[in-house]
Write a protein that binds this ligand. Structure first.
Ligand code: EPS
Length: 379
């Protein structure tokens, strides 16, 4: 559970259910938070913020102690919004011209507000800073179990990187050097050019993020109840990120127009590898369970709805035709979203590992995990 407004004092998140004995390094959390802030096409707000984590509970001596972990991330911009964001002050200045594509209008109707700021403050993607902080902790659990999750930018606007990615781990360095978290230098240049052009035209851009999960054991999730399927949970966690409007598992979209014989990944066996496939169109999930191949997902992000180019709207005060309001904003946040998708999938995977292998402590979790791996070798 997390809370806090975009221009309020900061964001708080409480993580319940972490095993005791997990080593936590705040610097690693901070590096990850700062990774989310980067990316060509981000707006002026990112020059103000320098996200870092303030640990307020659940950790002693550099490790978790079994109690809820409480994290706080300060909003440096709050100082500039102190009066407007005061919990008791009533400000006369109001936002009344909702942006198409944003939460503004439905949120205003749902919560019976007079000022659209009441809606935009919490619906803002600022909230994703906490998801990334939680993701940094989830990654520590996954790392202990040898799992790697990589989220990179596949497409911005119409500029697509068509290369095959077999291992996310291998492209990490290239991706982190790219201004848009795309592992290819040439495509990065084209993407930046496209962002610049869009910015000059007062418009915004979306794109596609790909997440690859490596070294995942078979048997996470289950078909026995529809609400425990791994693919459903992973899709939910990506769809819950602001501006993500579609999710694809493996080559799910293309598969729909092919024949079964062209789609399903045939099964092989060898002494060294055990069961394996030569293709992975299923994206590592069959029957709602991981099958031991890489889990591959794509998240499709719509363009940001705050744009300088005017969009038609209605003033909610007097119902007159007006243009939607514009505030300082990002032109393209697909690279930030790739960090958020990576974090969100890490959280979900860590949750499934904890569920399968249990454990009040990291020791217990690892022991159960190794027993299962031994058992798999006998099958
Ligand atoms: C956002 C608008 C911008 C973004 C913000 C999300 O902020 P501001 O209104 O302060 O210019 O930069 O993203 C973040 C603050 C962040 O940390 O990612 C919006 O309206 O969703």
């Amino acid at each position: 559970m997390d809370g806090g407004e975009s221009h309020g004092k900061g964001l708080t998140v409480i993580i319940d259910g972490l095993p005791a004995g997990l080593k936590i390094n705040p610097e690693k959390i901070n590096t990850y938070l700062q990774e989310r802030q980067k990316g060509y096409g981000r707006g002026g707000r990112m020059d103000i913020e320098k996200d870092s984590v303030d640990i307020r509970g659940g950790i002693r001596g550099g490790e978790t102690i079994g109690s809820p972990v409480v994290l706080f991330i300060e909003n440096k911009d709050w100082i500039n919004w102190k009066e407007k964001m005061d919990p008791f002050e009533i400000t006369e200045e109001r936002l009344t011209k909702p942006r198409p594509g944003h939460a503004d209008l439905p949120g205003y109707l749902k919560y019976n507000r007079r000022d659209l700021r009441d809606v935009l403050e919490r619906s803002s993607a600022r909230q994703t800073a906490t998801r990334v902080a939680v993701g940094a902790i989830a990654r520590e659990i996954l790392e202990e179990l040898g799992i790697h999750v990589t989220g990179f930018v596949r497409q911005i606007g119409k500029v697509n990187f068509p290369g095959q990615i077999k291992s996310g781990k291998m492209i990490r360095e290239k991706m982190e050097q790219s201004a848009v978290r795309c592992p290819d230098e040439e495509t990065t240049k084209l993407m930046c050019k496209e962002i610049e052009k869009t910015k000059q035209e007062g418009d915004t851009l979306g794109g596609v993020i790909e997440v690859v999960c490596e070294n995942v054991i078979p048997g996470l999730g289950t078909y026995v109840q529809w609400d425990r399927r791994l693919d459903a949970h992973l899709a939910f966690s990506l769809m819950s990120i602001q501006a993500i409007k579609a999710v694809e598992i493996g080559s799910g979209i293309e598969n729909a127009s092919k024949r079964g014989s062209q789609v399903h990944d045939e099964i092989f066996y060898s002494q060294e590898k055990g069961y394996f496939r030569n293709t992975n169109r299923a994206g590592g999930i069959e029957g709602g369970m991981s099958n031991g191949e890489n889990i591959v997902l794509k998240a499709y992000m719509k363009p940001i709805p705050t744009l300088r180019r005017k969009l038609h709207s209605v003033d909610v005060e007097n119902k007159r035709e007006k243009f939607a309001f514009f505030e300082r904003s990002d032109v393209c946040a697909v690279s930030a979203a790739s960090v958020i998708c990576e974090a969100a999938i890490s959280v979900e995977l860590a949750f499934f590992y904890l569920k399968k292998f249990g454990g009040d402590t990291m020791g217990e979790l690892k022991e159960n995990f190794h027993c299962y791996k031994q058992y798999l070798k006998t099958k």
